[in-house]
Ligand binder design. Structure first.
Ligand code: 4NP
Length: 166
């Protein structure tokens, strides 16, 4: 059985998309289906961001993950490349500007793999709250968690029997 290959994307790959990567991995582990997935995260930018490629997860993002029992040790920011488009089945962005940048970097989206994470929720047009500007990592965590749950639910519906909902 082919694995689902999921790449989460944000501007800097130090707050929102690493949170999504590790929250989603945690959901998979809790449901005993981590072995059916490849999950990673990447930045659209390597230069607009203060910390840049190679940076660890931003401390407040790491802290809120830890508050929920989720570790993100060893994660370093990497930049999205055109090759990632073929490597992954879904490239899930945190906001509209990530989508525009991801489509540009990938040279288009002929297979409609690039979507917003919250498109898997009942507010499909929403962006994930951006904690970089608000400092509100709780709002970002909650948005990302409901997006990840909606994503997992959608994938489970298309592959019955793989793993079980909570
Ligand atoms: P992220 O957050 O895209 O969720 O990782 C940001 C990180 C850095 C910047 C903006 C957002 N920055 O402007 O440096």
């Amino acid at each position: 059985m082919n694995k689902h290959r999921i790449l989460f994307i944000c501007l800097g790959n130090i707050c929102r998309s690493p949170m999504a990567e590790f929250i989603f991995k945690n959901l998979l582990e809790k449901q005993n289906c981590a072995d059916r997935f490849v999950v990673a995260s990447a930045a659209t930018s390597d230069e607009n961001v203060v910390r840049g490629v190679g940076a660890p997860v931003y401390p407040p993002a790491e802290r809120i993950l830890l508050q929920h029992g989720i570790a993100c040790d060893g994660k370093r920011a990497v930049q999205l490349t055109r090759a990632d488009y073929d490597r992954y089945d879904l490239l899930l962005c945190m906001d509209d500007s990530n989508v525009r940048n991801a489509v540009r970097i990938c040279g288009g989206d002929p297979q409609q793999k690039i979507r917003k994470l919250l498109s898997f929720t009942d507010t499909p047009n929403d962006n994930v709250a951006d904690p970089w500007y608000t400092g509100d990592f709780t709002a970002a965590y909650n948005d990302i968690l409901r997006g990840c749950k909606g994503l997992l639910c959608t994938l489970q519906k298309t592959q019955k029997g793989d793993c079980h909902g909570d």
